[in-house]
Write a protein that binds this ligand. Structure first.
Ligand code: HEM
Length: 125
């Protein structure tokens, strides 16, 4: 057989992931980010509990725009991981496993996370 006549598609721009695949990849990414974020949050907690001065320093940091931005990202990523983690658990019970329901639940999950991200923004600012 002539291998050269095999159809190949190396044009990455024409490859589209289904929404459920994107949700799944992002869920793993959000888990890894949450893991590292935990170290940041725990070290901030440790410093703030160490002394009154440490508490004041951490509160000062939390007032700055870059730190607020990082906090908002961490909280939104955590929200993503929890919302899509719950979706995963529901799928483990045998629901939302078909193409249509899986896509719909992924789309719904993105909407829920977007709403939570806005609420987290209000909480942080
Ligand atoms: C400190 C908190 C957490 C960290 C650091 C974390 C981290 C991770 C990571 C890295 C993965 C990916 C594992 C892999 O794909 O091989 C994962 C998967 C998962 N997480 Fe979390 N997670 C946390 C909290 C939660 C919470 C609160 C839920 C609640 C629903 C949750 C639900 C799940 C589920 C269901 C999976 C499996 C997804 C799959 O089978 O592909 N996680 N987590």
């Amino acid at each position: 057989m002539n291998n050269k006549s095999r159809p190949v598609n190396l044009d990455i721009q024409t490859i589209r992931f289904p929404i459920a695949a994107i949700a799944s990849i992002l869920h793993r990414v959000s888990g890894v980010i949450t893991f590292f974020a935990l170290a940041v949050l725990l070290s901030l907690l440790s410093k703030s509990l160490h002394s009154a001065d440490g508490f004041a320093v951490v509160m000062g940091w939390l007032d700055s725009l870059p730190v607020k931005l990082v906090m908002w990202i961490i909280l939104s990523v955590l929200a993503y991981h929890i919302v899509f983690g719950i979706r995963h658990v529901v799928m483990d019970f045998g629901y939302w496993e078909e193409l249509q329901s899986g896509s719909a639940s992924a789309r719904g999950g993105f909407i829920v996370v977007a709403v939570i991200a806005v609420l987290m923004g209000i909480l942080v600012w």
